[in-house]
Design a protein around this ligand. Sequence first.
Ligand code: GLN
Length: 204
Amino acid sequence: MASPTVGVLALQGDVREHLAALSAAGVRAVPVRREAELAAVDGLVLPGGESTTMSTLLGVFELLEPLRARLAEGLPAYGSCAGMILLASEVLDGRPDQQQLGGLDVVVRRNAFGRQVDSFETDLEVTGVEGGPVRAVFIRAPWVEKVGAEVEVLGSVPHVEQAGESAGRAVAVRQGTVLATAFHPELTGDGRVHKLFADIVREG
Ligand code: GLN
């Protein structure tokens, strides 16, 4: 696919930053709020924000089932932070009524970093991202506690002193055409993770 259209779920969260990062990665980037808009994209970004709010709004906008169906059919997707939580098959410390989209066979712990500090930054290597470590910004972020057999861990928190309990935790994962990071590459101006996702969409 030479020039795919990639949507950003635009119910809540840092939509604009993802649209800008996708445009910079050379794809057509569009906001998605309606089922018809979802049907027209070749890939979808689930932004950072608040997963419980997005979960409620997915119900209000009647996007829950259409989105689950497209993910089950293999729609390439990239979730950052809250987006990772939405894609996960299971969430620890979630709100009981919080809905999961599936697509990523992982168990994540919500607000995992928040138990020690609200935000944390570090450099970490991400498999598939060339050119040195990525600056990872964690904002009340989840981490991945368990991965299914088909999930590849692309990056983990390095064992630096400030990492505390998060040291060694998986924070970037991929399962086929589904990518997720607990951190926010859309906030740093480093376009390499979005470029990786754009390549996944082009190949997918
Ligand atoms: N804590 C948020 C949640 O549960 C995620 C925070 C973020 O996306 N920066 O969805």
